[in-house]
Design a protein around this ligand. Structure first.
Ligand code: GDP
Length: 447
């Protein structure tokens, strides 16, 4: 974990656009910028939240026309004096500015170092800092909503309330300890049990929300299974094409970057093991079964494809936490032979080749994901580190609950302290350098 009060600098934008932003933060940010800046005023004299126009020069030649945004401590992202230099988006200009600033005493920032400084300065808690990275990575409306909610601190407030209640219980229990032999009971055990059970339910709800949160962040895993030749690949291509048709209006969208995933109404569906769909039927015969079962196990939604008028579908194992959709493909063939029928009830008839009936499948996919928690603004856990901490917290809480009748007060309060501890690791009340280092190293440079 890098900390310190040196001045850090980094490009905050990817090269390739018309403009680039270089960010610098630390006690010498203004002085270092003044060393290169030529304008009507010095950066050091400017008020916070002002924008200065001028040029950057290395003393011999003018490098570029720039705008410098000035942020004065503590009113900046990091809480330190900071500047954001907007220059032209040339790789050369950016690297020259960085070279000049670092030669004069700034240091290149480590990934996430601006945000880690913001955390250290108490500008955000750890879960909010993590949400910043999620926000940058968000690729759908729902992932954006999740990250935004967490960044605005909705999550932190919930956890603080829980911790506050637990700390109150612990202090009552510890007061009893202070009275030693006197057998006083400040913490009414019935009330204690009730409060702990209520907190257990709350933690349980947060843990449950992870399935949705994680699915939103990573995309909902969908498996398409069925016998060879029923039209699985054709169906997948049709699904991807529906999506491409939707996004083709957006300039700069290239087919190459589209993976086997689609986004419907803000939720991303990720088709797993799609490479397996494309292998030849021979290969499917040889290795398909096991692989299909593996993708069924990993999926949250299973689409089983059968042919209209074909054989009865084989039974596949579906867990209660998975959604199962039965697609009857090739309905365009009905009528040609006259006697082929579409099985009725609970299935989705369509023709993957001709595209008819696809709306039924799209609606079923959307309906298979319950986003009501997200829509109603409830806290949804999407970070696996938080999930693990909540899990630990619940284990400790359950130990405390189980020992309520017979555990000595000191051990009981120790278990509750463990719950407080694990909840505190989420927001960073309790943390260590190793954890912080791991979290911030996953950030991009310049954030
Ligand atoms: P997979 O082995 O399950 O992936 O099946 P494919 O997608 O490769 O399709 C097998 C064959 O069925 C191909 O010849 C497709 O053109 C054909 N097919 C797929 N969907 C339809 C459909 O909706 N109607 C008709 N008539 N043929 C289809």
């Amino acid at each position: 974990m890098i900390t310190g009060n040196d001045t850090i600098v980094a490009p905050a934008t990817a090269i390739g656009g018309a403009l680039a932003v270089i960010r610098m933060s630390g006690p010498r940010a203004f002085a270092l910028c003044d060393g290169l800046f030529r304008g009507s005023r010095r950066i050091s004299d400017a008020a916070g939240y002002t924008l200065l126009y001028g040029t950057l020069s290395d003393g011999v030649r003018t490098l570029d026309d720039v705008m410098v945004a000035v942020f004065r401590a503590p009113h900046s992202y990091t809480g330190e004096d900071s500047v954001e230099i907007s220059c032209h988006g040339s790789r050369y200009i950016v690297s020259e500015i960085l070279r000049l600033l670092t030669e004069n005493g700034a240091r290149m920032a480590a990934p996430g170092e601006f945000t880690s400084r913001a955390f250290m300065a108490g500008k955000l808690d750890l879960s909010q800092a993590e949400a910043v990275a999620d926000l940058i990575a968000s690729g759908s409306r729902s992932a954006h909503a999740l990250a935004t909610n967490q960044m605005r601190g909705g999550y932190s407030a919930d956890l603080e309330t829980l911790r506050g209640e637990l700390l109150r219980l612990v202090s009552l229990l510890e007061l009893e300890l202070d009275f030693g032999e006197e057998e006083v009971e400040f913490a009414d055990r019935t009330e204690l049990r009730r409060t702990m059970e209520r907190i257990d339910t709350k933690i349980g709800a947060l843990l449950d929300s992870f399935k949705l949160g994680n699915a939103i962040k990573e995309g909902i895993p969908v498996a398409i299974v069925g016998r060879p030749n029923v039209g699985k690949s054709t169906l997948l291509n049709r699904l991807l094409n529906e999506e491409r048709a939707l996004v083709s209006e957006i300039p700069g969208t290239t087919r190459d970057v589209i993976e086997a995933s689609i986004t419907l109404d803000g939720i991303t569906y990720r088709f797993i093991d799609t490479a397996g769909l494309r292998v030849t039927d021979d290969t499917v015969e040889r290795m398909g079964i096991e692989r299909a079962y593996d993708s069924i196990a990993r999926a949250q939604i299973i689409i089983q494809v059968v042919e209209a008028g074909g054989e009865m579908p084989e039974t596949i194992p579906v867990r209660t936490d998975q959604r199962y959709l039965l697609v009857v493909n090739k309905i365009d063939r009905i009528g040609q032979g006259g006697q082929q029928a579409v099985p009725s009830g609970g299935c989705i008839p369509l023709s993957a080749r001709e595209g008819s009936g696809m709306e039924g499948l799209l609606a079923a996919l959307q309906e298979a994901v319950d986003t009501s928690r997200l829509d109603s603004g409830e806290t949804v856990v999407s970070n696996s580190r938080h999930y693990a901490a909540l899990h630990e917290a619940r284990e400790a809480l359950r130990r405390a609950l189980a020992g309520l009748g017979h555990l000595p007060t000191d051990l009981l309060s120790e278990e509750i302290r463990q719950v407080v501890h694990h909840l505190g690791t989420i927001t960073g009340e309790i943390t260590n350098d190793e954890v912080l280092g791991q979290i911030f190293s996953k950030f991009c440079i310049g954030k």
